[in-house]
Design a protein around this ligand. Structure first.
Ligand code: AMP
Length: 522
């Protein structure tokens, strides 16, 4: 039997409650929840799970939209020694089935709204012994019945044992299970807290999906906060509710992905009292400088901080140091994390040169589930090869250039889609932009942009091509811009370049004869 580790997340939750005591802590859909109630429910459900035969180390999938029950379920699973396997509710039946069967989950916890999806996804999967629902659904075990159990002690799990098996977004290829231990997640939560702690800032808004490592990181970080924190939780991102909650409850900080900021810029920000808002942390995807600048201009007194990481590093690598944020940078490596920029031959590059970002830290995953080959490729001598391109400046600040796999090579020249997206997003009429390469006979690849407009904006595609051409090198600007209703986003709200590539079928490469003059980069 395992001994209980000092980084055990159930212990962390228990310690946090004992330290701060019972008070109104969480606002969800108009109702305040007390910390005592949340803690008590997680203790009972933890015991209930053990009572239903959930063994330490077994995986349990959780498919729920954000609600207090998500945090309760995670804590309950850790108390029972189980491994949380979050599944975003936007997953298709097929994708969910992959997560459940690949992880070997023995149970699923869900809500009535997704019960049908879970039932379809688990059909014929003999390993699934139990489906639990937070509300009454015929044939499923109600979560309330687990709450009847008498609270029990935490089932011991050591620091190196798994706390979560998280399936990566799958923006490239099939979703892989990332094995994160108690030590991995506790390290990242603590480092995230330390990098962002400002005494007295303890009123937050949580809107990121708790099924994603970034959302999980933010919640674990809050357990390290020594003050009695108050948080409003949104079921999912809703720009109007986001602004109203900040104004009504004087919230001071929040964490977002950049597309949320872009969507917020389409709102009448000036009509809301956002004077309490001090810190917005942006992570998960590249933040266009123009979007950050506009937001700061329109919400006086707010600082935008950036965080960078991957599910494979328990979501954290670097973060903007408080008060020393540098525009465009994703900050400095958090304490305990080392960074290197490597070239194709694995040689370390000096400041200013672009290469692959590699990180070593106590947050680096134990590996990919059942995939020693993929693990050996990603983690070499303890160093995670992120697949992201970036550089360090003289002060050690990290700048992200783009994902290595998304690099477009047009006529022998490197085009980072992000540069093109950033240039397009300087246009005030644009809400979102996604840029990809399309195989092209003449140039190897061609730069293609998909954009969506702010409500009410009218603009032609040619105008946008000219706009980009005026801002970036002649070899980089998009030769085609397609205005679409909504740029597809991943489950956490990143521009989904994989989905855009699928759309290329509707926009095949024209079979144009060679034209002199256009072959030169200009
Ligand atoms: P995920 O595993 O879903 O968290 O995705 C991790 C990827 O998101 C990284 O490899 C980066 O490509 C991207 N990413 C995360 N944070 C940032 C950031 N602050 N700026 C740019 N890209 C980011």
């Amino acid at each position: 039997m395992s001994t209980i580790g000092q980084h055990n997340l159930a212990v962390l939750g228990e310690r946090s409650f004992e330290q701060k005591g019972d008070y109104e802590t969480l606002l969800f859909e108009g109702r305040w929840h007390r910390s005592g109630e949340l803690f008590e429910r997680s203790r009972r459900i933890g015991a209930g799970l053990s009572g239903l035969g959930i063994e330490p180390g077994e995986r349990v999938a959780v498919m729920m939209a954000n609600s207090p029950e998500v945090g309760i379920a995670y804590q309950a699973l850790w108390r029972a020694g189980a491994v949380v396997t979050p599944a975003n509710f936007l997953l298709s039946v097929e994708e969910l089935r992959h997560v459940i069967s690949d992880s070997g989950a023995v149970a699923v916890i869900t809500t009535p709204e997704f019960a049908g999806k879970v039932t379809d996804a688990t059909a014929g999967l003999d390993g699934v012994r139990l489906v639990i629902s937070s509300g009454e659904v015929e044939g499923l075990v109600p979560l309330s019945s687990l709450e009847e159990a008498e609270p029990a002690e935490i089932v011991p799990r050591s620091d190196g044992e798994l706390a979560a098996l998280m399936y990566t977004g799958g923006t490239t290829g099939r979703a892989k299970g990332v094995m994160l231990t108690h030590a991995n997640l506790d390290y990242a939560g603590k480092a995230g807290f330390e990098a962002s702690y400002v005494p007295g800032v303890n009123r937050g808004l949580a809107t990121l999906p708790l099924s994603h490592s970034y959302g999980l990181l933010v919640t674990i970080a809050s357990l390290h906060h020594p003050e009695r924190g108050v948080g409003a939780l949104l079921r999912w991102f809703d720009p109007v509710a986001f602004l109203e909650l900040i104004a009504e409850h004087q919230l001071q900080q929040t964490a977002v992905v950049p597309t949320m900021l872009q969507i917020l810029l389409s709102q009448p920000l000036e009509e809301h009292d956002l004077s309490s808002l001090r810190f917005v942390t942006s992570g998960g995807a590249p933040l266009a400088p123009e979007v950050a600048e506009q937001f700061i201009r329109r919400v006086p007194g707010v600082s935008i901080r950036q965080g960078y990481g991957l599910t494979e590093t328990a979501a954290l690598i670097s973060s903007s140091p408080v008060g020393r944020e540098k525009p465009g940078a994703v900050g400095l490596p958090v304490p305990g994390t080392e960074l290197r920029i490597l070239d194709e031959q694995n040689r370390e590059l000096p400041a200013g040169e672009v290469g692959e970002i590699c990180a070593r830290s106590p947050g680096v995953m134990r590996g990919y589930w059942h995939s020693p080959g993929a693990t050996a490729e990603a983690v070499r001598h303890g160093w995670l090869h992120t697949g992201d391109l970036g550089y360090l400046d003289e002060q050690g600040y990290l700048f992200i250039v783009d994902r290595k796999k998304d690099l477009i090579i047009r006529g022998g020249f490197n085009v980072y889609p992000r540069d093109v997206e950033d240039a397009l997003l300087e246009h005030p009429a644009l809400e979102a932009a996604g840029v990809i390469g399309r195989p092209d006979q003449r140039h190897g690849e061609e730069v293609i942009a998909f954009v969506s407009l702010r409500p009410g904006a009218e603009l032609g595609e040619a105008e946008l091509i000219d706009w980009a051409r005026g801002r970036i090198g002649g070899y980089k600007y998009p030769r085609e811009v397609h205005i679409i209703d909504a740029v597809p986003l991943t489950n956490i709200g990143k521009v989904d370049r994989k989905a855009l590539r699928a759309r290329l079928q509707d926009h095949p490469a024209p079979n144009v004869p060679e034209q002199l003059g256009d072959a030169q980069p200009a």
